[in-house]
Design a binder for this molecule. Sequence first.
Ligand code: NDP
Ligand code: 2IT
Length: 444
Amino acid sequence: MSYLEELAGKVKAKNSNEPEFLQAVEEVLESLVPVLEKNHDIIKYKVLDRLVEPERQIMFRVPWIDEKGDINVNRGYRVQFNSAIGPYKGGLRFHPTVNLSIMKFLGFEQTFKNSLTGLPIGGGKGGSDFDPKGKTDLEVMNFCISFMTELQRHIGHYVDVPAGDIGVGAREIGYLYGQYKRILNSFEPDVLTGKGLTYGGSLVRKEATGYGILYFINEMMNHHGHSLENKKVVISGSGNVALYACKKAQEFGAKVIAMSDSTGFIVDENGIDFEKMRLLKEVQRKRISEYADMIPTAVYTEGRGLWNIKCDIAIPCASQNDIDVHEAQVLIDNGCIAVGEGANMPTTNEAVKLLLDNNILIAPAKAANAGGVATSALEMAQNSARMSWSFEQVDNTLKDIMKNIFKNSKNAAEEFNSPGNYIKGANIAGFMKVADAMISYGMN
Ligand code: NDP
Ligand code: 2IT
């Protein structure tokens, strides 16, 4: 049995009830086969054995009081996965499906993603099974205050710097930072990112993940002789990432014809009206079905089925395992040429294999959605320098970062005999820097 097979077996045995975590590890280990053949220090220093074990996993009780005055209890998490190249960094997810497996897959992937940005940030993730849907602002605030009352003892600007993810946006970050600042009696903005612009937030952070995905897809398409001009695009989700992916796709001349939420999806062959969609989702927090009430040419369908819509480019920006092998086959049959992963792990491992076998270009999540966390690191840099940069300055830096991530993923894929396989390329390029630091530390 090879070293990697043995390690995969150990990881499976130890984490048998964590399917998402095992899925994420399996994909990375498979990518690293050719790297281990060339670099023997990785095995000698047990880099991978260390890398698949989070440095620390924190789980805590979050009691909070609802509008009726009743006490509710949720579970909070912070998985501090890897600090080899910088403080733990990664978002907080508030969603009823949150569990340890999901936190661990996200923290594991974040380690490689953050390395790819070229900035000094380690990997972490956190959140809660709290469901913000249907809750009042007061209830969300009560929850955030309680969550931070515990979380604050585990984070710090040189220790661990959380941000947003599903269910955590500017409103939640405001409540969380307000409580952090109060408990510490200290204004330390670089302990959280995605902050509001009046108290240390960075211009472009809100747009950064969505914009970054399109900058990456554009590089990838150009490299393969395509352009985004006039391409039909389908985007899943209609949250922070989906919205700004839509906006930038339109700026590149593509036509976004469908978007979704967890209840259903809307299609408009004339193209989505970004500003109307933004107001509906970002400002009014309404369901996507209401978009069809405003726009006569838009059609709403309840349930799944988004990926049956014929498109040139599919950009999943909702949640993990959004595209399975059957949906991948439909995309292929419909002539899709590229999948840009906005969400984390939106494509099952079987679907990825099928897409690659059919020469569909894949912009992998760890690389394509790294613009959000990269801009978070730029927010930290501005905070510690007590400066704020212009929109243009941050956006240009983001563009350069995404171009570099594409170049490094492409070069790694080529060096290890898989040209065009950006999944392998991104995994290898992200891994190399972390591995080098871990070897330098000897054991820890
Ligand atoms: P938001 O909470 O702003 O939006 C999430 C969107 O996805 C909503 O439209 C939501 O629909 C939908 N969604 C969530 N869960 C499911 C599900 N289980 N099934 C179907 N639809 C679902 O989150 P973000 O836009 O911030 O995050 C989207 C994805 O991007 C996530 O995978 C996240 O990890 C990833 N990501 C986010 C970054 C960021 O900076 N925010 C950075 C990099 C990656 P509904 O409203 O009905 O729940
Ligand atoms: O998945 C992600 O990269 C994020 N949710 C953003 C993390 C961050 O620290 O900005």
